[in-house]
Design a protein around this ligand. Structure first.
Ligand SMILES: Cc1cc2nc3c(=O)[nH]c(=O)nc-3n(C[C@H](O)[C@H](O)[C@H](O)COP(=O)(O)OP(=O)(O)OC[C@H]3O[C@@H](n4cnc5c(N)ncnc54)[C@H](O)[C@@H]3O)c2cc1C
Length: 576
C-alpha cells in the first residue's frame, strides 16, 4: 500500500511497509505474504488450474487467527479483534494478489458474517466469535438457481413447528464455502398459512456438516467451492434465527453494501500482480534487435494501464475514508461503494486487456499468474450485482449530486485502528434519492491543469444536458439509456474522489494529468455511446456530441510516467 519503497502506490510484497498499521496487524499481513510466497508460483497456478480446494490456506487462516482478528467486531473477540475497513483492505488486496480463490474464501466469509453481526441475536454472535477463534470459515446463502438477482422470489422456507422450533427446507445455488462453512447465513421466507399475511423474510444459520444439509456440487471448476446445497427439514431454533421481517431484508442489502466494496480491492490485487508479470516479460523480450517496450504502442498500453490502476487504487482508498466516516447524517458511501464495485472492477478488465495485448501468447501459459488474472478479472464486475444493477442504483443519486450540493465537514484519511461500528448499525437502504453530496465543482476548481480542465468542461456539458434536456417520460424506464447516462455520471464521481486523494496523497502532476488523459478519452467514448442509443432525443444527442473532446498530449509528461512504469520492472516476481 502507500509507503512502498518503490515508485507509485502499487503493492509490492518485496517492499511492503504498511507503516500506518499497528505492529500486530502488520505482522499478520506480513505472515500472510510469507505464506503465499512460500507456496510459490507453481503450486498456486497448478492448484488453480486443477481446481484443488485450498485446504492448507484454511489451515493457515486457522493458525494465524486472521479471520478472528479481522472479522470479529470489537467487544466479541480478542483485544486486537475489530472490524477495521482499512486493515481489511490490506488483506483483500494481498489475498487477491496471489489468487482470486484465496480472496473469495475471505469475501464470502465476510458476507456470511454480515447478517450475524448486523442481526439481533446476541447468542449467535457469541457462538460465531468462538467459531472464528476456532478457525471457522463462513458462507452467505442468498442466491437461488432459478431466481438470480430477483431475491424477492426466494423460495427457501422456514416453517414454524407447534413446539416453537422451525424446520428449514429449500435449495441455494452459487454459495461460496458451502462445503466447509461453520455457519451458513441463509436467507428465506417464513411460511404462513394466512393468505392475507404479508411476506416475512428471515435470516437463519445452518452448519454445512449437519445431516439435513445436503451438499450437492461445486458449480464451478476452481479451488473456490461455489456450492449448490439443499436443506431437508433442517431443524432450527430461535438460537439460529438472526433477524426476521423487514429488518432481514435490510440486513441482506446492507451486508452487500459493505462487502461489495472488497471486489474493487480484488481487482486492484489481480491487476497489480499481472502488471509485474507483464512489465518483467516485455521489458526483457527482444524482437527485431530491440525490446518490446521500445514500441510506441506498447508504452502507450503500459502507461494507460498504469494510469488506470493508480486511479482504481486512489478511488478505492478514498471511498474507504467515506465508508469509515459514515453515519445516519452522512450516507455518501452508498454511492461510492457501488462505484468501487462497478467502476473499479470494470477498469480492472481494461488494465488486464491492455497488458494482455502487450504480452500476447505469454498470457496463456499455464504456469503464469497472468492466465489466472485473465480469467479472474472477468468475475468481479459480474458478482454481487452486475454492472447494470449497480449503475441502475447509482443513477438515483445523480440529481442531488449535480443540483443539490450540501456542505459537509471535511473527511480526512481514515487509516486509524478503530472499529467501524456504524457498518453494523446502518439505516435501512431506503431514501437513496434524498442523500446529498459535497460540491464536485469545488474539488475540480482546485486544479487548473490542462486535462483536468478539459474533463471539467465535459462534465459541465453533461450537467447542462441534464438541466436543459434531462431524461423525460419513458426515458426514466429505459434501462439502456440510463446505463449510458450512468457511465458518464460514474466517471465524474470517480474523478472527483481521485482528485481528493491526489491532494491528500501528493500524487505527481504527471501521473494526475495522465489519469485525466484517460478520463477525457473515456468520457468521449461514453458520450458517443449515449449519442447512438435509440432512446436518446435529438437534443440530448447534440449535447452528447459536444462532450466528445481530445485530451492534451504532452510527450514530456508521458515520458515521466513511462519512467515510473519502467522503474517497476524486476522489482517483483513470485518465485517458482
Ligand atoms: C463464482 C460465483 C460466486 C458466487 N457466490 C455467491 C455467494 O457466495 N452467495 C450468494 O448468495 N450468491 C453468490 N453468487 C451469485 C451471484 O451473486 C449471482 O450472480 C447473482 O445472484 C445474480 O444472478 P445471475 O448471475 O444468475 O444473473 P440474473 O439474475 O439471471 O441476471 C440476468 C441479467 O439481468 C440483469 N438484471 C437483473 N436485475 C436487474 C436490475 N434490477 N436492473 C438491471 N438489470 C438487472 C443483470 O444485469 C443480468 O445481465 C455467486 C455467483 C458466482 C458466479
Amino acid at each position: 500500500m502507500a509507503g512502498n519503497a518503490h515508485p507509485g502506490i502499487l503493492f509490492n510484497p518485496h517492499a511492503y511497509e504498511a507503516s500506518e498499521l499497528d505492529s500486530a496487524s502488520r505482522s499478520l499481513m506480513e505472515s500472510t505474504i510469507t505464506y503465499f510466497e512460500s507456496l510459490g508460483k507453481n503450486r498456486i497456478t497448478s492448484d488453480d488450474n486443477a481446481g484443488v480446494w485450498y485446504a492448507d490456506f484454511c489451515d493457515f487462516l486457522a493458525e494465524s487467527g486472521a479471520f478472528a482478528t479481522l472479522m470479529t467486531p470489537a467487544g466479541y473477540g480478542a483485544e486486537d479483534s475489530r472490524w477495521d475497513t482499512w486493515r481489511n483492505c490490506h488483506f483483500s488486496e494481498i489475498t487477491a494478489f496471489y489468487s482470486l480463490g484465496y480472496w473469495y474464501a475471505w469475501q464470502v466469509s465476510m458476507l456470511g458474517l454480515g447478517p450475524i453481526w448486523m442481526g439481533e441475536n446476541e447468542e449467535a454472535k457469541r457462538r460465531t466469535a468462538e467459531l472464528l477463534r476456532d478457525g471457522g470459515i463462513f458462507a452467505f446463502g442468498l442466491s437461488e438457481q432459478t431466481h438470480g438477482a430477483d431475491i424477492y422470489s426466494s423460495e427457501m422456507t422456514l416453517t414454524p413447528n407447534a413446539d416453537g422450533t422451525y424446520s428449514a427446507s429449500g435449495s441455494k445455488y452459487y454459495i461460496g464455502n458451502g462445503n466447509e462453512a461453520a455457519l451458513v447465513s441463509v436467507f428465506g421466507k417464513i411460511a404462513n398459512d394466512d393468505p392475507d399475511a404479508g411476506v416475512e423474510y428471515v435470516f437463519f444459520v445452518v452448519n454445512s456438516q449437519h445431516g439435513a444439509y445436503e451438499l450437492q456440487k461445486n458449480t464451478v471448476h476452481s479451488p473456490m467451492y461455489v456450492s449448490a446445497f439443499t436443506l431437508h427439514e433442517y431443524p432450527i431454533t430461535d438460537a439460529d434465527v438472526l433477524v426476521r421481517g423487514a429488518e432481514a431484508w435490510n440486513v441482506a442489502l446492507n451486508t452487500i453494501n459493505v462487502c461489495k466494496y472488497n471486489l474493487g480491492w480484488a481487482s486492484i490485487g489481480i491487476c497489480t500482480h499481472a502488471f509485474y508479470e507483464a512489465i518483467n516479460h516485455a521489458g526483457h523480450r527482444s524482437l527485431y534487435g530491440g525490446l518490446v517496450t521500445d514500441f510506441g504502442h506498447v508504452r502507450q498500453l503500459f502507461v494507460d494501464a498504469y494510469a488506470r490502476l493508480t486511479a482504481m487504487k486512489l478511488f478505492a482508498m478514498r471511498a474507504n475514508d467515506y465508508m469509515r466516516s459514515a453515519s445516519d447524517e452522512d450516507r455518501r458511501y452508498l454511492l461510492y461503494n457501488p462505484l468501487v464495485k462497478m467502476k473499479v472492477t470494470t477498469e480492472g478488465e481494461h488494465v488486464v486487456d491492455a497488458l494482455w495485448d502487450v504480452i500476447a501468447a505469454k498470457g496463456f501459459e499455464a504456469d503464469t499468474y497472468f492466465q489466472m488474472a485473465a480469467r479472474h478479472i472477468r468475475a468481479l464486475p459480474k458478482l454481487e450485482g452486475t454492472v447494470h444493477v449497480n449503475i441502475a442504483l447509482i443513477v438515483k443519486f445523480m440529481a442531488n449530486y449535480f443540483f443539490a450540493p450540501q456542505e459537509y465537514p471535511d473527511i480526512p484519511m481514515r487509516r486509524d485502528a478503530t472499529n467501524d461500528t456504524y457498518l453494523f448499525e446502518q439505516a435501512p437502504t431506503r431514501g437513496l434519492g434524498k442523500i446529498c453530496f459535497h460540491d464536485w465543482e469545488k474539488t475540480f476548481s482546485k486544479f487548473d491543469s490542462l486535462n483536468i480542465s478539459i474533463f471539467r468542461g465535459q462534465v459541465l456539458i453533461l450537467r447542462s444536458m441534464l438541466e436543459e434536456a434531462g431524461p423525460e417520460g419513458s426515458q426514466a424506464r429505459d434501462i439502456d439509456f440510463l446505463l449510458a447516462l450512468g457511465e458518464l455520471f460514474s466517471l465524474v464521481v470517480y474523478a472527483q474522489l481521485i482528485l481528493e486523494n491526489v491532494e491528500l496523497m501528493d500524487i505527481s502532476d504527471a501521473v494526475t494529468e495522465q489519469m485525466f488523459d484517460v478520463f477525457v478519452r473515456d468520457f468521449s467514448a461514453y458520450a458517443t455511446r449515449l449519442h447512438g442509443i435509440s432512446g436518446t432525443t435529438e437534443r440530448q444527442a447534440e449535447f452528447a456530441l459536444a462532450m466528445v473532446k481530445r485530451p492534451n498530449a504532452d510527450a514530456e509528461r508521458f515520458n515521466a510516467v513511462w519512467e515510473e512504469v519502467s522503474g517497476l520492472m524486476d522489482t517483483y516476481e513470485l518465485a517458482p
